[in-house]
Design a protein around this ligand. Structure first.
Ligand SMILES: C[S@@+](CC[C@H](N)C(=O)[O-])C[C@H]1O[C@@H](n2cnc3c(N)ncnc32)[C@H](O)[C@@H]1O
Length: 263
């Protein structure tokens, strides 16, 4: 197991990344966590529990868009973010996973590897995996795909051997129809900060299991905040042989490797 992920994200640009504590602070400053003027984003369980409501996010306040700069794999990555949706912001699990991918590219054999990202949000992990040589399919709820596509294209067009695909994937919904097992095989399924206080944890686990075929490795990075996060981890461990790859006690981020138990 690696040591603690550095709390100073190396080489990262932008305001939050220069403060002591680096990417930890980037998470702390998020306005919706303080229940700012607009209240929780639209996919917050405090606002609306229904899946339908999760799919109706349309940015209404374009002044809420910001651009954040990151540096991974020697490339400056510019991410368009918005405070209006959980899926339009980079979360701490994403930066932790990007750092891990960057530092273990050869060991993970990422060149030409087929990677599926679930809950990709604004796409940082998919972008970094693409720049590192992987063939990536980035997925999320339909309403955040526009911003995801924008970020992916902007950051990979000139520097990735394989341009990433973007597809809608609602956890646990019509998986065989949209991702038939006969044609969809992934070396890695990656996910960052997909476990938090929401109503779709069982469907998330079902989705992780669905995409885990023989040889598939799941890389899941998450900031652990709530008791429900640990409850999910317990369920995860029941179905996946689980290895803790890296953790940062300061930020409570952990990265797990999961291989589906077949017996
Ligand atoms: C906390 S954000 C994390 C985004 C990104 N992975 C990151 O770490 O920066 C959770 C992501 O999961 C997506 N998500 C939430 N519920 C979902 C569902 N039922 N099906 C598919 N994606 C979902 C959200 O749209 C969002 O992009």
């Amino acid at each position: 197991m690696d040591g603690c992920l550095s709390s100073q994200r190396p080489g990262c640009l932008g305001e939050a990344q220069h403060t002591p504590g680096g990417w930890l602070d980037a998470d702390k400053k998020r306005p919706f966590q303080e229940d700012g003027p607009r209240g929780p984003p639209r996919d917050s369980p405090e606002r609306e529990p229904s899946l339908q409501s999760l799919q109706t996010f349309v940015p209404t306040d374009y002044t809420s868009y910001t651009q954040e700069n990151y540096l991974y794999a020697g490339k400056k990555i510019v991410i368009q973010e918005s405070i209006e949706s959980y899926g339009a912001m980079v979360w701490p699990g994403a930066t932790a996973l990007c750092q891990y991918l960057e530092e273990h590219t050869e060991e993970l054999n990422l060149q030409n590897a087929k990677i599926l990202e679930i809950g990709a949000g604004p796409g940082l992990v998919s972008i970094v995996a693409s720049i590192l040589g992987a063939q990536v399919t980035a997925t999320d709820l339909p309403d955040v795909l526009g911003n995801l596509q924008h970020n992916l294209l902007k950051n990979t067009l000139k520097c990735a051997a394989h341009l990433p695909d973007v597809k809608a994937l609602v956890w646990g919904e019509d998986l065989e129809k949209h991702f038939p097992k006969s044609t969809c095989y992934y070396d890695y399924v990656v996910a960052s900060d997909v476990v938090y206080h929401h109503y779709f944890l069982d469907k998330l686990l079902t989705t992780m299991v669905y995409f885990s075929q023989p040889g598939t490795v799941l890389l899941w990075a998450n900031k652990f905040r709530f008791s429900t996060d640990y409850e999910f981890l317990d369920k995860f461990k029941q179905v996946f042989d689980t290895t803790l790859l890296a953790e940062c006690s300061e930020s409570s981020c952990k990265i797990f490797k999961g291989i589906l138990k077949w017996d």
